[in-house]
Ligand binder design. Structure first.
Ligand code: GLN
Length: 539
């Protein structure tokens, strides 16, 4: 099977939505029956984003094979069926690390190791590998992080130039740019885009398609100017106007302008009449919702738009599936009042609460209070990863009377370590002190909330954590109504916890948010939102 390649670069400024655009292109081509794989190349020197603060980088997206990757892979998952694995994301750090390790092994003995060809060869190798990770891949969409002109992305630019030189008719370059509208002059300005293309040309890259982000629709004469100065045909100047209602409009708008058929024609792919009804339906619901469901998110990084990206997305998928508009109220856990009455006043009023994943002590007690508030008032609660550990600690302290129960991540000397490292639990040594990353099987307990949601007894979900529920405390906690409704197949680790007699209080040790799509919401998010809607109706 011949593999074809699209390279998506960005110009003028960052945050133009390159990831979303690349994902939309992938989705549209899949509708034509093309098998697509996606690859994100990140110019930073961290080996992966796992070590970066969520304030810096936003969420870390985890794949089945346990890679900690860029959040754009979340867009790829939500929009396409591309295989996602370690082969879907490479950083400069990883590339340099590989080359330098080879150098130390003596693989280049006698040679000077250089950016060109050694680094660029390694980049090209990763691009090839992405296209061969599964049989039948026809198109690889490669998104280059950063903005054209950045010093650090130069090796990637050089590599894609060489790649096209070596694979001529099988490569297409798309440049995403920004066309500002200057209010004072009442004019669109194409100069920044011209300059960005100039930089590309100096490197030897000639875009075939210009995608132009703008606040308003671009007049024909502006498009003609971009076409002339950037050396692309007029049909290949495609606008990406700020969407009115939702990011789900992006693929629809690109399709309306014929982007998918233009790409298909370039590669000689067969096209067909494609239908985007399921995406149009989402926009209809956003325009005319049946009602509103409000979810309180009690976390640590709530100020940062991208820190819980997949969680916000998954909540929205489930709300839209029910025909509802989602409103999210963000609570910064460590800023919530200590006093219980004041705490309730501050937090009350949402239809359900979600405590997301997190690391470290800051805000932990606020999250425990939120769980207590939900448990005692029978308000739907969804705990994810740390949010499940919070559920267990709260239950242990206040329902099972396990004094000062805690996680050893928060208090290493706690009397009752209901959450601890496996090495501290003296059971399995293998996982101790290392992160449990990637997909693990889980068996569900019949009749539980989890089983009802998944409609299946065996599931697989992705993990990213170190600490685990301590089974030593289970008999005592079970007596008080704590239910372990999901267990790791081998090893008996607790993966899902619930509270007996509560309408919907559930915590998961894994990250279900990574596997929710707008067109296929995750079953746990669906049932949580249903419970929140029911709670809304009851008062
Ligand atoms: N800090 C917790 C742990 O390591 C939870 C991690 C998370 O929420 N992703 O177990």
């Amino acid at each position: 099977m011949t593999v074809n390649y699209i390279f998506v670069t960005g110009g003028v400024c960052s945050s133009l939505g390159k990831g979303l655009t690349a994902a939309s292109i992938g989705m549209l081509l899949e509708k034509h029956g093309i098998k697509v794989a996606m690859l994100k190349l990140d110019p930073y020197l961290n080996v992966d984003p796992g070590t970066m603060s969520p304030y810096q980088h936003g969420e870390v997206y985890v794949t089945d094979d346990g890679a900690e990757t860029d959040l754009d892979l979340g867009h790829y998952f939500r929009y396409t069926d591309s295989p996602l694995s370690r082969a879907s994301n490479a950083t400069s750090g990883q590339i340099y690390n590989t080359v330098i390790r080879r150098e130390r092994r003596g693989d280049y003995l006698g040679k000077t190791v250089q950016v060109i060809p050694h680094i660029t060869d390694e980049i090209k190798k990763r691009i090839h590998e992405c296209g061969t990770q599964e049989p039948g891949i026809q198109l690889v969409i490669v998104e280059i992080g950063g903005t054209v002109g950045d010093i650090e992305s130069l090796p990637f630019m050089e590599a894609i130039r060489q790649f096209r030189h070596e694979n001529k008719s099988r490569c297409l370059n798309i440049h995403l740019t920004y066309v500002p509208f200057l209010k004072a002059a009442q004019e669109f300005k194409t100069k920044p885009s011209q300059h960005s293309v100039q930089i590309l040309r100096e490197i030897g890259i000639f875009p075939d398609i210009m995608l132009c982000r703008s606040e308003m629709t671009l007049p024909e004469d502006v498009k003609a100017k971009i076409s002339l100065f950037c050396n692309v045909s007029e049909e290949a100047v495609i606008e990406e106007v700020d969407v009115e209602h939702s990011i789900y409009e992006v693929p629809i708008k690109l399709h309306e302008q014929g982007l998918d058929t233009m790409i298909a024609k370039f590669f000689d792919f067969k096209t067909k009449q494609i239908h985007l009804g399921e995406w149009e339906r989402l926009i209809d619901v956003i325009r005319n919702p049946k009602g509103k469901v409000t979810i309180g998110v009690v976390g640590k990084y709530v100020q940062h738009q991208d820190a819980y990206k997949s969680i916000y997305e998954a909540l929205s998928h489930a709300a839209l599936d029910q025909g509802y508009r989602l409103e999210i109220k963000r609570f910064e856990a460590d800023k919530l009042p200590q006093d219980s009455d004041k705490f309730k006043q501050e937090i009350a009023g949402c239809d359900g609460y979600l405590v997301p994943g997190g690391f470290g002590e800051r805000g932990f007690e606020g999250k425990v209070k939120a769980a207590q508030f939900c448990r005692e008032n029978k308000i739907p609660y969804f705990g994810i990863c740390l949010g499940m550990q919070v559920l267990a600690v709260e239950f242990a302290r206040h329902a099972a009377n396990l004094e000062e129960a805690n996680s050893t991540e928060i208090d290493p000397n706690t009397k009752n370590p209901v959450i601890s490292l496996l090495s501290e639990q003296h059971i399995v040594q293998d996982f101790g002190g290392t992160m449990r990353l990637g997909a693990y099987h889980c068996d569900l307990k019949e009749g539980s909330l989890a089983h009802k949601a998944y409609q299946s007894k065996h599931i697989s979900e992705r993990h990213r954590h170190r600490f685990e529920y301590n089974n030593k405390y289970l008999p005592e906690m079970e007596k008080a109504g704590f239910v372990v409704s999901g267990r790791l197949k081998e090893g008996h680790l607790c993966e899902i916890a619930e509270v007996k007699g509560h309408p919907w209080m559930l915590g998961v040790q894994f990250h279900p948010e990574f596997k929710s799509k707008p067109t296929k919401p995750h079953p746990l998010f669906n049932d949580f939102i249903k419970a929140a809607i029911a709670n809304h109706r009851s008062h």
